[in-house]
Design a protein around this ligand. Structure first.
Ligand code: SF4
Length: 454
């Protein structure tokens, strides 16, 4: 599928009552949409760190209860990965575990470090040897170096935040402490949860819901949160130093619709996007449908605002993993058909408004429009719940290079012709701040505007 891909999902837990690996397992299943290539869980035991990780989905890697039973401890760090930096090889699976002069660390990272190449060279000159091709190893190495001249691990993390430039939401475990840190721009999400005496950190609140924990708040951009002996403390010296740049695409596409970001449920942001599209790009039509999954909430919003009936347009196969098929060009149409089957009774003989979250190359969108026409749609009006993509992303997603973006190489009218739609409308860039109640929360919109915060 010609789609942006999510980055990674991170999770951390401190629970004096134990069974942390089991809880981390369930949280990672809830975060699976953020990465399907590899996953892992690390736990503390005495002053050591034990880790189990592998390639594949969480339920495939942790496919035997004994694996989780063997991961006993009072703290755990978990990770699901899709590689936006480094390749999809077992060595790059996370959490990364580091044994160094001050002890052991486990690190889970979501984001991309922009100055990886510079730091890598600098560290190589002083003898660094790397075991992975992932930028997370540079994060781990930076923290370990800074720890040598710091009085605590949180001080080392704080010093590292002055060195690392880019997007990172981190969960770090030392034998005594669980630490969450978020870059000062706050590109990627990270929230805090609590259940009884246990504390958790998670990329999205849906992970907290899945384990019956209560959402407390977001880790602030630039904040370091430390859990030690059941007490939570916050270090805020990096908070408020730069304008916040939270990835608007988390609301539009990446995050699960039942997650809360910027104090707002993602489903509501998507429904609002649909309502805005209905106001700005009306269509004479009989039915509104959404491309699963993220187009559905926007389609509901479009239908509510326009008064046009909402209907399910597709049945999506739930059982095709994202890594199941890597089709070559000739197989891609088949891949789209396998994933999405149009519901003929809702489409045949009708003028259809079809809502999707984005157009990257345009090839998948064209195939979906073709499927609808083959299912008997009289007209297909495509509405996109994001502005046109014009720039790549450097902050933890895999948005393609500019030349591969159809909106960069084609005008909107040319794109409409390419995907064979009767009309095409995008969410206006000036409308982005309306997706979250209360307006501008400080969003990154660089892939639409080229205004890169770093
Ligand atoms: Fe998100 Fe786009 Fe910014 Fe990347 S460039 S962080 S995808 S808004």
């Amino acid at each position: 599928m010609d789609k942006l891909r999510e980055e990674c999902g991170v999770f951390g837990i401190y629970d004096p009552k134990g069974a942390v690996a089991n809880t981390a397992f369930h949280a990672l299943v809830a975060l699976q949409h953020r990465g399907q290539e590899s996953c892992g869980i690390a736990v503390n035991r005495e002053r050591d760190v034990y880790c189990y990780k592998g390639m594949g989905l969480v339920t495939d890697v942790f496919n035997d209860k004994k694996i989780l039973d063997n991961l006993s401890g009072t703290m755990a760090v978990g990770h699901v990965r899709y590689s936006t930096s480094g390749t999809a090889i077992p060595e790059n699976a996370q959490p990364l575990v580091l044994h160094y002069i001050k002890g052991n660390l486990a690190i889970a990272h979501n984001g991309n470090i922009r100055n990886t190449a510079e730091l890598k060279k600098e560290y190589e000159r002083t003898g660094a040897i790397y075991q992975t091709t992932s930028d997370t190893e540079i994060v781990a190495y930076t923290i370990a170096r800074e720890r040598i001249n710091s009085s605590s691990i949180q001080e080392a993390v704080s010093k590292s935040m002055d060195i690392l430039k880019g997007a990172y939401s981190l969960v770090i475990m030392s034998p005594q402490k669980l630490i969450a840190a978020r870059d000062k721009w706050g590109f990627r999400p990270l929230c805090i949860g609590k259940k009884g005496d246990a504390y958790m950190f998670a990329s999205e609140s849906c992970a907290l819901d899945s384990i019956g924990a209560q959402y407390i708040r977001e880790v602030l951009p630039g904040e370091i949160v430390v859990i030690e002996k059941g007490e939570m403390t916050s270090i805020t010296e990096h908070v408020g130093k730069v304008p916040t740049s939270f990835c608007i695409f988390e609301h539009i596409y990446f995050a699960r619709p039942d997650s809360v970001l910027n104090e707002s449920m993602v489903y509501e942001s998507r429904r609002t996007a649909g309502a805005i599209l209905a106001a700005d790009h009306p269509a004479e039509a009989d039915v509104v449908i959404g491309v699963p999954d993220s187009g559905v909430a926007a389609a509901v919003g479009y239908a509510q605002k326009s008064g046009i009936e909402y209907a399910d347009g597709f049945i999506k196969s739930r059982y095709i993993g994202r890594t199941f098929i890597k089709p070559d060009q000739s197989d891609r149409e088949l891949a789209v058909r396998m994933k999405l089957n149009p519901l003929r009774s809702n489409i045949a003989g009708k003028r259809v408004v079809m809502i999707d979250d984005s157009i990257v190359r345009g090839t998948t969108c064209a195939r979906i429009v073709k499927l609808l026409r083959e299912a008997g749609a009289l007209e297909v009006h495509v509405r996109i719940s994001s502005p046109p993509f014009l720039w790549p992303c450097y902050y933890g997603t895999d948005v393609a290079s500019r030349e591969q973006l159809v909106s960069y190489t084609h005008t909107i009218e040319e794109t409409r012709k390419l995907i064979n739609a009767d009309s095409l409308g995008y969410l206006g860039i000036e409308r982005i701040n309306e997706l979250v109640p209360g307006g501008d929360c400080g969003f990154c919109n660089a892939c639409f505007t080229g205004n890169f915060p770093i």
